[in-house]
Design a protein around this ligand. Structure first.
Ligand code: ADE
Length: 423
């Protein structure tokens, strides 16, 4: 083992070897990012940059961090959620790969913020965020960081919504690329990644049989669709609750039952929130749930389940097993909260599979390069990932899967560009 760096804060150095194996295992399924890493290593397009990244510290993120480092950047990493860190990966990054890493699974909120502050102490030029906590800190307590920052990238739906609010308020201080908005990100990561990993997290935590269960999916965005489709595929009866008419209509035509949360709460066996909003599962829903109901969140923040209300409604709380808390309500009914209401796919499982993070992090790596090259001509606004990057990621992923597709003939191209030929 090649020990390089001890400046970070991770759980246990003895996990390093395990973390190295895990990072290498993930790399097998990340061919697009690997290609970018090879080019970065050769051309060093990020030379001279310091990057502070606040991302889920997983084996896939490790591969992104290594690609950015090979591109010539100094990278410091902290967790974007207190419960999503893979401690072995954090140890390997910190001690073997020399990437200062500040992340411990289960860290309390004050350690979480201490770690965010630590990555800012590296004086970044570009920030990489997942959920916009780092940007929020920079815009409040750490405005000193602004002097070096030229731009940033944001990974997730919730983060992009927060940044757009900051921008609309005229307060955003530097340009940020919304990686989430790339088609090769949200069509795949949010749908297939969240779909599979959410069921994985709930299964690992509970070993529940999905077949025949009534699964209530709250929110039918890309993540909700993914979860509902996969749950249906496992034999569950899926129920969707929504506040958006068009998404509710789509859910109904996709073959799910659609109803109000108050009605769904009486019949569901498993509840999964993916709204990005507040108190999607609230006191009035918990009160009417069946005895034994499982409650999980796969949205970014732990605000979707009203845990304070759950505490107040309960006379006893007991940890039954890892990631499963039993709440005994005052009427004697028991409900089970998974992963403390935090992202269940990262808390109780390993997050999205590497093959899908390949595309998300290829977009991150290329958007970082784009930001470095173009920051001086960008304004403090939220930008989409350039279409050329999105297309390139899609093309490379298809190639890596051995899939070849057709191209238009010149005759077809001419037809599509014309108006003369009709009936
Ligand atoms: N977000 C969801 N799954 C993830 C993963 N495996 N790595 C990093 N971020 C993620």
């Amino acid at each position: 083992m090649n020990e390089k760096n001890i400046s970070g804060d991770v759980k246990d150095i003895s996990l390093t070897e395990k973390g190295i194996n895990r990072i290498e295992w993930a790399a097998r399924e990340m061919p697009v990012l690997n290609q970018i890493r090879e080019r970065f290593n050769k051309d060093k397009p990020l030379a001279g940059l310091t990057l502070s990244a606040c991302l889920h510290v997983t084996s896939e993120t490790a591969n992104l961090a290594l690609a950015l480092r090979d591109g010539g950047a100094e990278v410091a990493l902290c967790a974007s959620n207190p419960l999503s860190t893979q401690d072995d990966v954090a140890a390997a990054l910190n001690y073997h790969y020399g990437i200062p890493t500040f992340a411990i699974k289960g860290e309390d909120d004050s350690t979480y913020y201490k770690h965010l502050n630590s990555v800012l102490d590296f004086n970044p030029n570009i920030t990489l965020d997942d959920g916009a906590d780092l940007v929020a800190l920079i815009h409040t307590e750490r405005t000193d960081s602004l002097k070096n920052i030229i731009g940033g990238c944001e990974e997730t739906t919730t983060g992009v919504i927060r940044l757009k609010s900051l921008s609309n308020a005229g307060e955003l201080k530097y340009p940020i690329v919304a990686v989430n908005d790339a088609d090769t990100k949200h069509f795949f990561d949010n749908r297939y990644g969240t779909g599979q990993s959410t069921l994985d997290g709930i299964t690992r935590a509970t070993n529940v049989l999905w077949a025949g269960k009534k699964v209530v999916v709250i929110g039918y965005g890309w993540c909700g669709r993914g979860v509902a489709t996969r749950a249906k595929g496992m034999g569950a009866q899926t129920i969707i609750t929504e506040v958006d008419h068009i998404k509710a209509l789509e859910a109904a035509m996709d073959g799910h039952e659609v109803m109000k949360m108050q009605d769904a709460s009486k019949i569901g066996d498993i509840f999964i929130s993916l709204t990005g909003g507040l108190n999607a599962i609230d006191a009035e829903h918990i009160k009417t749930m069946k005895n034994g109901a499982l409650i999980a969140n796969s949205g970014h923040f732990n605000v979707e389940i009203n845990i304070d209300a759950l505490d107040k409604l309960s006379e006893k709380k007991q940890r039954i097993k890892e990631f499963v808390d039993e709440y005994t309500l005052k009427d004697g009914k028991k409900v089970y909260l998974l992963g403390e209401g935090r992202l269940v796919n990262l808390a109780a499982a390993e997050g999205h599979p590497s093959a899908v993070m390949d595309m998300s992090f290829a977009n991150q790596a290329l958007s970082t390069e784009y930001m470095f090259k173009n920051a001086s001509s960008l304004n403090p606004k939220v930008y989409s990932v350039p279409k050329s990057i999105d297309n390139e990621v899609g093309k490379l992923k298809l190639l890596s899967m051995g899939i070849d597709i057709d191209t238009l003939t010149s005759e077809q191209e001419k037809y599509l560009a014309s108006w003369e030929i009709g009936t």
